[in-house]
Design a protein. Structure first.
Length: 352
């Protein structure tokens, strides 16, 4: 199962007074050193809390979908064979390292965490500890100093990210973000998702032949009423916007033949059936210059540039990092307990 990059969640909505827990948990030596960077040491207690806080945010959503045991179930491993537990623990340790690295470069960007910020962080940590039951705190491995450190580094990362990304070029030309938008009916020839079971069902040869015989009829009906044609043959109508930066279909872009056809069409024009891979498309060009899609593209391009400059800077930091992980100690942190939030209240890091 492919997973997108995991993003840490601040202690917002993290009141766990009614936290439901199951499992026996695992005992660790909180004072053990799980990682070092220079003369700084990461305690196993702090890393354990950070790991379980991230786990909590996953359990609150995924348990209902995947059931208990999904953390180590190979069915949900990524393309490299890493289980969900392995991947999240790897992210947590990378995130701890990045917090240290960004802290080291705060002066480069004029970023600081003031005494006022630290007071707010301490108040938030104290509130978190008092709002939650002893059992919830114990199962999370929370302690006031761990929560304070967690909120401090989240503040550092947030402010440093903003400062680094401020160096990105935010000028995007109209030509670069211009978008054409078309609606399309996709006629699949390989199979379909069963609406009752949710399972993918492959068409038989007879069913495939019957669909092929109707392709031209759907296309002809679409010429006069696009939506009615889709309804008549139980297809759905979707839309797609693209620009000059549209990727090749082999790299995740829309079908090349469809894009080529759309480029030749005028607004309101409806195509004949266009052959794709195991399917046919019928498209209607809705806009030759979709301003709403263009604005969305402009924002996306700027965000991509911000992400690129952030990645470039932080990869440079990591290249020179002397961060070392004690794998034996880190292996002692497991996600055996399952968490479920029964009550949520607002608690967050200090705002800028």
């Amino acid at each position: 199962m492919k997973r997108k990059k995991i993003t840490a969640v601040l202690l917002a909505g993290a009141c766990l007074a009614s936290l439901a827990l199951c499992g026996c948990g695992n005992e660790i030596d909180e004072n053990a050193v799980v990682a070092t960077m220079g003369d700084r040491e990461v305690s196993l207690g702090y890393a354990n809390f950070a790991a379980h806080y991230n786990q909590l945010n996953y359990d609150s959503v995924f348990v209902s979908y995947y059931g208990e045991g999904y953390w180590t179930n190979e069915q949900y491993a990524d393309e490299d064979g890493k289980t969900m537990e392995d991947s999240v623990k790897e992210y947590v340790m990378d995130d701890i390292e990045m917090g240290y690295l960004l802290e080291d470069h705060m002066a480069d960007y004029g970023v600081e965490v003031t005494d006022e910020d630290r007071a707010a962080i301490k108040a938030a940590a104290d509130q978190f500890m008092s709002d939650n039951s002893r059992e919830a705190v114990r199962k999370l491995g929370a302690a006031s100093e761990y929560v304070e450190d967690f909120l401090y580094y989240e503040t550092v990362k947030s402010r440093m990210t903003e400062a680094i990304e401020a160096g990105a070029d935010t000028e995007v030309s109209d030509e670069e973000c211009a978008r054409r938008t078309f609606s399309y009916i996709q006629i699949d020839l390989d199979g379909h998702t069963d609406e009752t079971t949710g399972e993918y069902v492959t068409y038989t040869e007879e069913e495939r032949d019957a669909i092929l015989q109707n392709v031209d009829a759907v296309a002809e009906m679409a010429k006069s009423d696009f939506e009615a044609a889709a309804d008549a043959y139980s297809y759905s109508v979707s839309s797609y916007s693209y620009g000059r930066d549209e990727a090749d279909e082999s790299e995740g872009g829309f079908d090349n033949a469809v894009i080529a056809a759309a480029d030749t069409m005028s607004e309101g024009e409806i195509s004949d059936a266009i052959e794709g891979a195991d399917c046919y498309y019928i498209i209607r060009l809705d806009s030759e210059n979709d301003e709403e899609a263009a604005q969305s593209a402009r924002e996306s391009i700027i965000q991509d540039r911000k992400s690129a400059i952030y990645d470039e800077v932080t990869e440079g930091y990591k290249k020179d990092s002397d961060f070392k992980l004690n794998e034996e100690e880190w292996a002692k942190v497991t996600f055996d307990d399952m968490f479920a939030i029964a009550q949520e209240e607002d608690l967050s890091a200090p705002q800028e």
